[in-house]
Design a protein around this ligand. Structure first.
Ligand SMILES: [Zn+2]
Length: 455
C-alpha cells in the first residue's frame, strides 16, 4: 500500500458493508506528493515493444451516489460485477476527474480526457466532433455549429427537439435554411438525424468572426426557460442571432411543418445555434502514444473523436446506444479487433449506463452494468490473459447521477490491471474503493499516459 491509508476492504463482500472510512483531509493533502512515486511504483516500466495489447472499457456515466432504492449503495456497489472486481483484485482501483469544472460535463469532454487529451487545451466545442462523425471535413479556419430545430412558445424553450421532429420534415426545414443563405458563400447547413443538424461556417481564407469568447447555450439546458437571456453573445453572435431570427418566418410558412403543428405537436418554430468550435488541433493517437487504436461505440460523439484521433471506428450490428444494446456482440467485436495485427488498443464504449441514469432508473443502471461485466469485461479479460502481455482499464467518462438525471462533475473510479501493474489491496471496483485509493488524478488526462507507460 502506497499511501498509508488503511483500506476498508478485506474481502469481496465489503461492497455490501456500507461502512467505509473516507480518508481525512491530511491524507488528501498527501496525495499530490505521493502521486509521482505511486504512479512509478504501480505502473512498472515495460520492456516489451508493440506486442502488448491494451483495452479500455467505458461504462458511460456509471459513477454515482448511494441510492436509497439500492439500500444505500451506489449502482457499482449494488451490481454483481465479478469481472470488474477481478480487475480491481488483480490490479488496483483509483480515482480520476475527467471534466474540468470550467467545462460542461458530457462525453465529448470526459472521453477526450480519458483518451489522454486535456480538454482545457483541446476541447473547442461539440459540433466539430459531430462533424467528424458525419465525415464533414473542416478547414483550419472553418467553424462547425450545432443547429437544433426547436420549439419556442411565449418566448420560452418548449422543446429542444421540436418534439423529436421526424427526419423528412427536418430535412425539408434544413434545406429551407440553406436556400435562404444563397447570398452567403460562408454558410453551409448539413442535415443530420431529427433535430440534430449542423451548420458550418466555411471561412474561405478569411478568419471567421467567432472566437473563444463567443458564447452560446445548449438548448437542453434551458427547457421551459426564457430564451432571450440565453441568446448568443460575444464575437459573431449577431450573425448567429440573425440566422435564428430568419428561420422563424421560413418555418412558419412551411406547409408540412404547420400541418404538424395543427395536430397539437410541438413542431419547429426556429433553429437554435450552439456548440460552435473549430477542428481540435489533435496530434493523432499513434503520433502521441505510438499505439494503433480502434473504438466500438453507438454514439456519434465517440465516433467523431475516434476519427479525429485516427482510430478505426468499428460498427457493431445491434449496438444501439441504449439499454437494449447487444453487449455480447460488442465484446466479441473487441476481441476480434485485438486478434488482428493492426490494433494495439481497443476502446469499448457503452452508453446504456448513462441512459439509465438520465431516466432515473437505478435498477436498469445496475442491470446494464452487470451486462457490461458479463459480456464485455469478462470475455475481453479472458482473451487478453490468454494471448500474452496486456493491460486492461475500466473507467467511465463522467458521473451521471440518478438523483438529478443529468451529468455531473467530479471524480470517477477506475480499475486497471495487467502486465507490470502492481496489485494493491483493492477487492472491489466502486466509488468507495476508489476514494480510499492512493492514486487520485485531478487531471484525468494523465491516466492514459500511465496506461502506456513504457521503458
Ligand atoms: Zn449522458
Amino acid at each position: 500500500m502506497q499511501a498509508g491509508i488503511q483500506p476498508s476492504k478485506t474481502n469481496s463482500d465489503s461492497r455490501h458493508e456500507g461502512k467505509v472510512p473516507i480518508h481525512d483531509s491530511l491524507s488528501r493533502h498527501r496525495f499530490s506528493d505521493q502521486l509521482k512515486r505511486v504512479s512509478t511504483d504501480i505502473f512498472a516500466d515495460l520492456r516489451t515493444e508493440s506486442l502488448m495489447k491494451y483495452a479500455l472499457v467505458i461504462p458511460d456515466g456509471v459513477a454515482d451516489e448511494p441510492q436509497p432504492s439500492l439500500g444505500g449503495k451506489t449502482p457499482l456497489q449494488a451490481a454483481n460485477i465479478p469481472f470488474m472486481d477481478e480487475v480491481a483484485q488483480a490490479g488496483f482501483v483509483g480515482e480520476a476527474n475527467h471534466v474540468p469544472i470550467s467545462l460542461p460535463s458530457g462525453s465529448d469532454v470526459g472521453t477526450m480526457s480519458l483518451f489522454g487529451y486535456d480538454p482545457l487545451e483541446y476541447h473547442t466545442g461539440r459540433a466539430p466532433i459531430e462533424a467528424a462523425a458525419q465525415g464533414i471535413e473542416l478547414g483550419e479556419l472553418d467553424w462547425a455549429i450545432r443547429c437544433n430545430l426547436v420549439t419556442v412558445e411565449d418566448g420560452r424553450m418548449a422543446s429542444f427537439t421540436a418534439e423529436q421532429i421526424p427526419n423528412d420534415l427536418a430535412k425539408t426545414l434544413v434545406e429551407l435554411l440553406q436556400r435562404d443563405q444563397c447570398g452567403s458563400e460562408h454558410w453551409k447547413f448539413y442535415t443530420g438525424v431529427s433535430y440534430r443538424n449542423l451548420l458550418v461556417y466555411r471561412a474561405r481564407n478569411i478568419p471567421a468572426p467567432f472566437g473563444p469568447d463567443t458564447q452560446t447555450t445548449p438548448p437542453h439546458d434551458i427547457t421551459d426557460q426564457l430564451i432571450e437571456p440565453n441568446l448568443p453573445q460575444g464575437p459573431g453572435s449577431e450573425l448567429l442571432r440573425e440566422l435564428m431570427e430568419r428561420s422563424k418566418p421560413l418555418f412558419a410558412a412551411c406547409a408540412p411543418n404547420q400541418e404538424r403543428a395543427a395536430t397539437g405537436t410541438h413542431t419547429a418554430t426556429q433553429c437554435w445555434l450552439w456548440g460552435q468550435g473549430r477542428r481540435p488541433a489533435f496530434k493523432s493517437f499513434l503520433e502521441r502514444f505510438g499505439k494503433r487504436g480502434a473504438v466500438i461505440t453507438a454514439v456519434d460523439l465517440l465516433r467523431g473523436l475516434g476519427k479525429l484521433l485516427g482510430w478505426q471506428v468499428i460498427e457493431v450490428p445491434g449496438a444501439t446506444g441504449y439499454l437494449d444494446t447487444d453487449y455480447a456482440a460488442k465484446g466479441r467485436a473487441a476481441i476480434e479487433a485485438l486478434r488482428n495485427d493492426v490494433t494495439d488498443f481497443i476502446v469499448v464504449h457503452v452508453e446504456a449506463t448513462d441512459e439509465a441514469s438520465h431516466e432515473g432508473n437505478a435498477a436498469a443502471k445496475v442491470q446494464a452494468l452487470e451486462e457490461i461485466d458479463r459480456h464485455i469485461v469478462g470475455p475481453l479479460h479472458a482473451y487478453l490473459k490468454s494471448q500474452g502481455e496486456y493491460r486492461l482499464l475500466v473507467c467511465p467518462d463522467h458521473p451521471t447521477f440518478l438523483r438529478t438525471k443529468t451529468h455531473s462533475h467530479g471524480f470517477v473510479p477506475f480499475a486497471v490491471c495487467g502486465t507490470g501493474i502492481t496489485a494493491d489491496s483493492a477487492t472491489t471496483y466502486d466509488e468507495v474503493a476508489a476514494a480510499t485509493s492512493s492514486l487520485r488524478l485531478d487531471r484525468g488526462c494523465e491516466l492514459m499516459p500511465l496506461l502506456f507507460r513504457e521503458a
